[in-house]
Design a binder for this molecule. Structure first.
Ligand code: NAG
Ligand code: NAG
Ligand code: NAG
Ligand code: NAG
Length: 262
């Protein structure tokens, strides 16, 4: 009796495992704000620009029915570590926690291109974000410009007019009689930043005078700091975007987004 029950349990659980594996959930109906675009080679595909803009705006709180993709606005990252050594201006180890970013849903897509090459679609977008604000807890050790620091507190930042190019490679794959795009690579390249303001609290154990002058120094030299941090920031951003876009494209059938797919 017990042996039978056990065997039944084992059989039925592996049965459910198979069922669950086969049925990767996908978006059952195309939302009205999504209109399929042509992916034919083009220099400026206004349809693609609108598509991406609409996805950013309408799915700013996440994609209905899709787990593992959180809100875009505010966009949260639990933990981020940056270690960067670029003498003489910077040699730091930074740990950021509870990073919250506002403004991403307001992305404007200035133009977009698409080409088909050796089995891949490559699409590119020029993205403009007029204002991004960012808040997190920070822990920092090392030296920045002329200052030696070892502190923990709150970091606030504002970025004005960020423009970047986003290149994305994707390949059609079949799943459950439908075509989905497998996003295989994402690469961004910042083309323009007008201003970055930074404010870190508690830089010198609560001494406000020193803290204010340190923040002033950072703000006067933001471009120097931005230039040395740029590679690591870009790499982090690419990883975050790739994760998000792959999950969304695994969930949204290609035919909702692009013409000519089943
Ligand atoms: C993380 O940030 C959010 C929004 O700023 C806040 O509500 C939450 O309490 C924070 N959590 C921690 C652990 O600091
Ligand atoms: C897209 O817009 C950017 C920024 O305005 C510009 O530099 C780029 O040349 C444009 N590309 C196309 C294909 O129109
Ligand atoms: C999707 O692309 C990734 C990266 O190239 C690859 O590792 C993965 O096997 C692909 N998935 C499918 C289902 O083809
Ligand atoms: C930095 O933030 C603190 C606390 O929010 C504030 O009191 C201070 O005025 C800010 N400093 C600058 C330079 O914006």
């Amino acid at each position: 009796m017990t042996a039978f029950a056990l065997r039944f349990l084992v059989l039925s659980s592996s049965f459910w495992f198979l069922v669950l594996r086969a049925q990767q959930p996908y978006l059952q109906e195309r939302p009205d704000f999504i209109k399929p675009c042509s992916l034919k080679d083009s220099e400026n595909n206004a349809c693609l620009s609108e598509l991406i803009e609409n996805m950013f705006q309408h799915w700013q709180n996440g994609v209905p029915g899709l787990r593992g993709v959180g809100a875009l606005d505010p966009f949260r990252v639990g933990k981020l570590r940056i270690a960067q050594r670029v003498p003489p201006n910077l040699d730091v180890q930074v740990a950021l926690r509870n990073l919250t970013t506002y403004g991403l849903s307001q992305a404007k897509i200035l133009n977009s291109t698409s080409i088909f090459k050796s089995g891949h679609y490559a699409t590119g977008f020029h993205v403009q974000l007029s204002k991004i604000t960012l808040k997190c807890n920070y822990k920092l050790r090392g030296h920045v410009l002329v200052l030696n620091l070892n502190s923990a507190g709150v970091l606030n930042s504002e970025i004005d007019n960020l423009e970047f190019y986003l290149g994305m490679k994707m390949k059609p794959i079949q799943s459950q009689d439908l075509t989905f795009m497998n996003v295989t690579a994402i690469k961004t390249d910042v083309k323009r930043v007008d201003k970055v303001r930074i404010n870190l609290t508690n830089l010198f154990g609560g001494n406000r005078e020193l803290e204010d002058s340190a923040n002033q120094l950072f703000n006067e030299n933001w471009r120097v700091l931005y230039d040395v941090l740029r590679p690591v920031l870009t790499q982090t951003f690419d990883t975050v975007l790739l994760d998000r876009f792959s999950k969304i494209f695994q969930y949204v059938p290609a035919k909702y987004l692009y013409q000519g797919f089943d």
